[in-house]
Ligand binder design. Structure first.
Ligand code: THU
Length: 162
């Protein structure tokens, strides 16, 4: 028997001044996208901005539904739109910002499990890490080097190879 420790490094930025211009611009686009979230049931708005290798940015925001499970998270709206509009163009990074109308989120909300899995699909396909930049209503900004870091033991297409 043996045990294995899986760990990952999170980079924490205490202020915007510590971030490069490219990240600030992407956060800004995610913030703008968040404004147009359709979240009448949770009042929790999320915006995502996907930067592609060709420098195009594709945005997404959460879209809720009276039949709750029919809604979709911001991250998946964004990456699916990127896949539809720019097939085959690798994703470099995604900025994700979230805020609630009922409380101030002082820490970034990390993508839900389904979104991690969906983003991982693209990371696996493009064989290149997708960086995540996460921001809450206020407080620090987190950066993850790769979505695989926050989805240990991920299930991917390799298991389905014939
Ligand atoms: N939500 C996202 O858009 N992204 C996440 O990663 C977590 C949750 C949305 C889904 C729903 O509209 C609301 O936040 C509350 O769960």
């Amino acid at each position: 028997m043996r045990s294995k420790t899986l760990s990952f490094q999170l980079t924490i930025f205490e202020s915007f001044a510590e971030l490069p211009k490219e990240d600030l611009e992407l956060i800004d686009l995610a913030l703008k996208a968040k404004e147009n979230a359709y979240a009448p049931y949770s009042n929790f708005k999320v915006g995502a901005a996907v930067l592609l290798e060709n420098k195009q940015v594709v945005i997404g925001n959460n879209q809720e539904n009276a039949s709750y499970p029919s809604g979709l998270c911001a991250e998946r709206v964004a990456v699916f739109q990127a896949g539809a509009k720019f097939p085959g163009i690798p994703i470099v990074k995604i900025a994700i910002v979230a805020s609630s109308e009922s409380q101030i989120t002082k820490e970034p909300a990390a993508p839900c499990g389904n979104c991690r899995q969906s983003i991982f699909e693209y990371e696996n396909k493009q064989e290149r890490p997708i960086e995540l930049i996460l921001m809450g209503g206020e407080g620090p900004i987190y950066k993850c080097r790769s979505v695989a870091d926050i989805l240990p033991l991920a299930f991917g297409s390799d298991f389905l190879k014939k």
